[in-house]
Design a protein around this ligand. Structure first.
Ligand code: HEC
Ligand code: HEC
Length: 464
């Protein structure tokens, strides 16, 4: 019967359709009219309401994260992982620092000399009366005894002195903060508040190790004489260290240049896959690598990629690819250390340190014409995924890449570039400044940048 109705009355169907359309459009129209009745003020009020309980961090989670951050910071700043057995007991570095007069050997290291090799002093660790004396010039900065006072107060960033009952310096250990922290110079050059995560580009690690009275153990590991070890250490210079020397025994590149690389900053590393200049592994891999094989803390480290006699003869000979200590003083610290590292963020560039307008133009160039963002993907500035490139793709030599397991260079994260302009850029500091970096890319990737565009890119890099 319905079918009949439709067949018989096509005009009724058209009418009904029109009615439906009118009803729908009235509804839409009415709703459109209704929208603006929520005022901007009301919207702001809605948005500023606290998130519902379910969207806030549970108090116990907040508490546990804070505890882990604090523990991680403590490890980063103060934990030697038992490495004083190496730096003190074996290398005898503490004796060179104390000097003959105070039970050691040689002239000792005065605070002035310590500052000159790039060591930093944490002013907040010093007792108030000592700070007063320092201000009044009453502390003899030419006397190694003053260095021992600083060590007693845990005020030398990255170094821990151990003292015996008579108050003599009996050993010394090192921490992550030695290379990856500096100070803000707020008291005096080299003396101030700690800045964790910053690369200490003043630090002359080679010169410091060279002071050690017993370098024979390093010479034995490398199968060379002490004079050769000293030659290698002297080649590093400020801001550099070679974390692969004890694996492959290479002190120099084939062109005779030092095999050391720049100390990198370690902030803004969360969200990034592989770490180090040559992408050795994750943050956790590298932390364990450094703590055990470089600082020579007493823990556990396993990386069978190093059990390769042609590439890493020293690691195979010494067994450094498979380190097992009991008790393990490193592994229980790795998790919280990781949490702390992930929380370290590059500090924003000081307002007047770059030209804002030029930086804005530079950002556009970075993402478009210069194609930097092909690899340096903001905001992490490295590739999500496998962030590695062959040397020939980068147009640079393969020496350092070939010392790592994947024979490649990792796309450097670029946050906080302004904090490490000393020592140059790229793994070995081959480009003295950011302008040289841009000139290099302009040539290698045929970018056809004008002088103004190059300058804009530099200003942008200084701003991130
Ligand atoms: C003697 C100096 C020194 C000490 C001490 C040191 N590091 Fe490093 N660190 C370096 C150097 C040099 C590199 C670069 C190595 C490379 O690329 O071959 C590096 C690289 C890193 C990286 C990779 C950064 C990036 O851009 O991916 C992390 C993370 C790191 N270190 C963390 C630590 C932690 C954690 C400790 C303490 C357990 C530590 N380091 C102790 C010198 C040091
Ligand atoms: C093909 C990928 C790729 C492209 C494209 C690229 N980069 Fe890089 N960039 C890298 C890699 C890999 C490194 C590390 C080189 C090394 O360790 O020697 C690097 C290093 C850098 C560094 C040095 C960081 C430091 O800490 O020393 C800067 C600055 C930089 N790039 C800026 C740029 C700019 C600006 C552009 C665009 C003009 C660009 N990059 C284009 C892959 C790339």
């Amino acid at each position: 019967m319905w079918i009949k109705f439709f067949r018989l009355r096509p005009t009724a169907i058209i009418l009904a359709s029109i009615l439906v359309l009118v009803a729908i459009s009235t509804f839409v129209f009415f709703n459109d009219e209704a929208k603006p009745t929520v005022s901007v003020g009301q919207l702001q009020e809605l948005l500023s309401r606290p998130a519902p309980e379910s969207a806030q961090l549970a108090p116990e989670l907040k508490k546990s994260m804070l505890e882990r951050l604090e523990k991680g910071q403590h490890t980063f700043r103060y934990d030697t992982f038992g490495d004083e057995a190496f730096w003190g007991d074996t290398l005898q570095l503490h004796r060179a620092i104390a000097g003959k007069k105070l039970g050691g050997v040689g002239p000792g290291v005065s605070p002035k000399e310590a500052l000159a090799v790039g060591l930093k002093v944490d002013v907040e660790a010093l007792p108030k009366n000592l700070v007063k004396d320092l201000k009044a010039g009453k502390v003899d900065l030419d006397d190694p005894a003053s260095t021992l006072v600083l060590l007693e107060n845990d005020a030398v960033v990255g170094l821990t002195g151990f003292f015996d009952k008579k108050g003599n310096l009996s050993s010394i250990g090192i921490q992550c903060a030695l290379c990856h922290s500096t100070v803000d110079d707020s008291f005096a050059p080299g003396i101030g508040k700690r800045l964790d995560g910053w690369a200490n580009r003043d630090l002359n690690v080679g010169a410091i190790i060279s002071l050690a009275p017993n370098l024979q153990v390093i010479a034995d590991r490398l199968g060379v004489d002490v004079a050769t070890v000293k030659k290698v250490l002297a080649s590093w210079g400020p801001g550099k260290y070679d974390a692969v020397l004890l694996m492959d025994g290479k002190g120099f590149a084939p062109d005779g240049k030092s095999a050391a690389v720049l100390l990198p900053p370690i902030f803004s590393l969360s969200g990034i896959n592989l770490h180090t200049w040559t992408g050795w592994g994750s943050l956790v891999h590298w932390n364990a690598y450094v703590a055990n094989t470089q600082m020579r803390g007493k823990g556990t480290f396993f990386d069978p990629r190093l059990n390769n006699p042609s590439k890493y003869p020293i690691a195979v000979k010494t067994g450094d690819w498979n380190i097992r200590n009991k008790p393990d003083l490193v592994t229980p610290k790795l998790a919280d250390l990781h949490v702390y590292q992930l929380a370290l963020i590059a500090p924003p560039a000081p307002k007047n340190s770059y030209d804002k307008k030029a930086a804005q133009r530079g950002e556009k160039l970075f993402n478009e014409k210069a194609m930097c963002a092909r690899c340096h993907i903001p905001p992490v500035f490295s590739e999500p995924g496998w962030n590695m490139h062959a040397p020939e793709e980068m147009g640079i030599d393969a020496f350092q890449a070939d010392r790592s397991p994947d024979n490649r260079y990792r796309t450097s994260p670029l946050n906080g570039l302004w904090t490490h302009q000393k020592g140059g850029f790229f793994h070995d500091g081959r480009f003295a400044d950011l302008k040289e970096v841009i000139e290099f890319y302009n040539t290698i990737f045929k970018l056809n940048l004008t002088d103004r565009e190059k300058n804009d890119l530099v200003e942008y890099l200084k701003s991130i």
